[in-house]
Write a protein that binds this ligand. Structure first.
Ligand SMILES: Cc1ncc(C[n+]2csc(CCOP(=O)(O)OP(=O)(O)O)c2C)c(N)n1
Ligand code: SF4
Ligand SMILES: [Mg+2]
Length: 306
């Protein structure tokens, strides 16, 4: 059977699953599959996506889907890709869609191996910045000064004190052909990047910022707004790297101070009640400024943009 070249209007991730209202991850997965078409096998490690799509007897997945343990999605995916190749069916493409805990932390060794071996897998991290399925514990992707259940903000604590791991750059350092960042709030851009990644073979990586109303603490009808604020502040830079070079950046049209993004979410509310909190906000603003400079995110800057 040949690839069918499906229209991207086909729904392959359907309604009726059990994600929270306004879940940025569920929205992203729906559009990832619109971009890939149905000739895919999806591998999902333990996490929200696995849990809300697999109540006994029901499934929103209209493509083959496998869940396994938390730490080995890249190994499972690599094995499936190798089997498809041996069968001469490698027109079926293999995708991992997994959370940031699985990607940045517990599955990172397996992911690095997959990248280094050159396995033909598109790995997509749906990044909500913590271990949401188990209540919002800190991960290597949690942003600095966010409150998590393992770094809770309090009279002495400002939340997580370490930087978010710069995983896209670490992945690019493995010499892979395609790395991109995307946002649930910019769906056309997300679909375009997934389609581009599907044109390459070998290991590819897309990291999607997926706002989580339940644990970030905002009303579920503000998911897109919060996601856009993340991008417009510069805290969530959207870019593509092909063969190690930055080939596009999503330019910021209306730059927003980080305070506006932070105020919209309960995970940062402790920053607004003390002088130390104010200083932390200044540090977060400095991170956004640095991203804007590093990636040339403003409309008038010289880098290749779109
Ligand atoms: C080896 C192992 N450790 C811990 C767990 C418990 N656990 C299940 S899901 C999860 C959090 C997943 O976080 P992430 O990958 O970020 O996905 P999210 O739920 O945030 O989408 C944890 C800690 C587990 N299932 N297996
Ligand atoms: S906890 Fe967050 S990521 Fe998990 S299903 Fe709910 S909104 Fe989505
Ligand atoms: Mg997570």
């Amino acid at each position: 059977m040949k690839p069918s070249g499906e229209s991207n209007t086909q729904e392959l991730f359907v309604s009726g699953h059990r994600a929270c209202h306004g879940c940025g991850m569920a929205l992203s997965v729906r559009h990832i599959l619109k971009a890939t078409g149905k000739e895919v096998i999806v591998v999902t490690p333990t996490g929200c996506l696995e849990t809300f799509t697999s109540p006994y007897g029901y499934s929103p997945w209209r493509v083959p889907w496998i869940h396994h343990v938390f730490e080995n999605a890249p190994s499972i995916a690599a094995g499936i890709a190798a089997a498809l190749k041996a069968q001469g069916r490698d027109y079926i493409r293999v995708l991992v869609i997994g959370g940031d805990g699985a990607t940045f932390d517990i599955g990172f060794g397996a992911l690095s191996g997959m990248l280094e071996r050159g396995d033909d897998v598109l790995y997509i991290c749906v990044d909500n910045g913590a271990y949401m399925n188990t209540g919002g514990q800190r991960s290597g992707a949690s942003p600095m000064f966010s409150s998590t259940t393992t770094d809770p903000a309090g009279t002495r604590s400002l939340g997580k004190l370490e930087m978010k791991k710069d995983l896209p750059v670490i992945i690019a350092a493995h010499g892979v052909p395609y790395v991109a960042t995307a946002s649930a709030a910019y769906i056309k851009d997300l679909e375009k990047k997934v389609k581009k990644a599907m044109q390459y073979h070998g290991p590819r990586y897309i990291q999607i910022d997926t706002p989580c109303p339940t644990v970030w603490g905002f009303p579920p009808d503000r998911t897109l707004e919060v996601g856009r604020l993340g991008v417009q502040t510069g805290l969530v830079p959207l870019f593509e790297m092909e063969n190690g070079n930055i080939t596009s950046v999503h330019r910021i049209k209306n730059r927003v101070p980080v305070e506006e993004y932070l105020r919209a979410q309960k995970r940062y509310r402790h920053l607004f009640s003390s002088d130390r909190g104010r200083q932390a906000i200044e540090k977060i603003q400095a991170q956004a400024d640095e991203n804007i400079k590093r990636f040339g995110l403003l409309k008038h800057s010289g880098n290749k943009g779109q």
